[in-house]
Design a protein. Structure first.
Ligand SMILES: NC(=O)c1ccc[n+]([C@@H]2O[C@H](COP(=O)([O-])OP(=O)(O)OC[C@H]3O[C@@H](n4cnc5c(N)ncnc54)[C@H](O)[C@@H]3O)[C@@H](O)[C@H]2O)c1
Length: 334
């Protein structure tokens, strides 16, 4: 399949392009480098041994996108391009609504005009908010969003459903839990700009001495060790879920379908820190701080639907992910 990957120079997009090549597909990347760097494209080439087609454009440029879809005979789109920092979305909501929603509308418009009807969309477990029960299944009630980033994901899901009803679009919405790790080569991974919001980049930067100390936000949650529990999914497993989603769309599954992409197991913040220290033999100084506003105690996926219908399940462990994250961090400093 010829697959347009928007945001293909980013963390999840870059690793997904390498998996697309391994699976025999032809990825075409678009990115505007608003949250990525050009060396990523060279590293994709090093891993795949292929020079991929790339266009430096903003996905809000509908005419260019349309032309790219036509010229490259695109069969399906994987739409990663969006902003993703929760805190920044609170301070600058318009920037988030504009990029994440105008971006999606532009992609859908270009697809409609070019006659491309299959899309895989990056949604997030954030749409569930504080869940009533765990593991969270796909039909759990969505809670009112607590920040503009989460709101863009809920609105995007609605836009995709409406476009499917009206224009015959086929969409797979993947609700990612907590993507971590890096490509095992150490050549592709997350590039947090400024202070990381997420636990694992904070852990790797603390281990590397870039940060003095990690703060564990709360040790009084109703969890086995009191720290927050999340479903950490290796980014390579997550990337593979996109290939399974494309196959699912290709086998004439029409309409909109939604899948949790997680491991089905939760790990606590303290467990992540201990595991990181153990597998990498490094120290990570940390202190216990107060709970962070908006954080929830426990969140992990039911991954059964993805296994049953997509034939996909997570195969890599927390240990694998934390080892790969550390290799990536060390390579970044070279
Ligand atoms: N990383 C996570 O923890 C996580 C969790 C759930 C969902 N998601 C979603 O997955 C997707 C990918 O996330 P990621 O972690 O790879 O993020 P990322 O920031 O590393 O990658 C996004 C890429 O999109 C590009 N981009 C952004 N806006 C663009 C635009 N208007 N035009 C062209 N390119 C644009 C950026 O330059 C970047 O390369 C996002 O939609 C994000 O919301 C991520």
């Amino acid at each position: 399949m010829n697959v347009l990957v928007t945001g293909g120079a980013g963390f999840i997009g870059s690793i997904t392009t390498t998996e697309l090549v391994s699976a025999g597909h032809k990825p075409v990347i678009v990115d505007n480098f608003s949250n990525s760097q050009k060396f990523v494209l060279d590293n994709i080439e090093k891993i795949t041994g292929k020079k991929l087609d790339f266009y430096e454009i903003d996905v809000r440029d509908t005419d260019k996108l349309h032309e790219i879809l036509k010229t490259n005979n695109i069969d399906a789109v994987i739409h990663f391009a969006a902003y993703k920092a929760v805190g920044e979305s609170v301070d600058n909501p318009l920037k988030y609504y504009q990029n994440n929603l105008d971006g999606l509308l532009s992609v859908l418009d270009a697809m409609k005009n070019a006659g491309v009807s299959n899309i895989v969309f990056s949604s997030s477990a954030t749409v569930y908010g504080d869940p009533d029960t765990v593991p969270i299944t796909e039909n759990a009630t969505l809670k009112p969003p607590t920040n503009p980033y989460g709101a863009t994901k809920q609105m995007a899901e609605q836009i995709l459903r409406d476009a499917s009803n009206a224009h015959g679009l086929n969409a797979v919405l993947l609700r990612y839990f907590n993507p971590i790790g890096a490509h095992p080569s150490g050549l592709l991974g997350e590039l947090p700009i400024g202070t990381p919001n997420n636990l694992v980049p904070y852990v790797t930067q603390t281990a590397a001495g870039i940060r003095n100390k990690l703060t564990v936000f709360g040790d009084d949650y109703d969890t086995p060790d009191g720290s927050g529990v999340r479903d950490y999914i290796h980014v390579v497993d997550l990337a593979k879920a996109h290939i399974a989603a494309l196959d699912f769309l290709d086998s004439e599954n029409a309409g909109v379908d939604v899948f949790n992409i997680g491991t089905g197991t939760g790990s606590s913040v303290l467990e992540v820190i201990q595991t990181f220290k153990k597998v990498n033999d490094v120290t990570v100084p940390y202190e216990i701080g107060p709970r962070r506003s908006g954080d929830i105690g426990t969140c992990y996926a039911s991954a059964e639907k993805a296994q049953k219908e997509l034939g996909w399940k997570a195969e890599l462990s927390l240990e694998d992910a934390l080892k790969d994250a550390w290799t990536w961090q060390q390579n970044l400093e070279k």
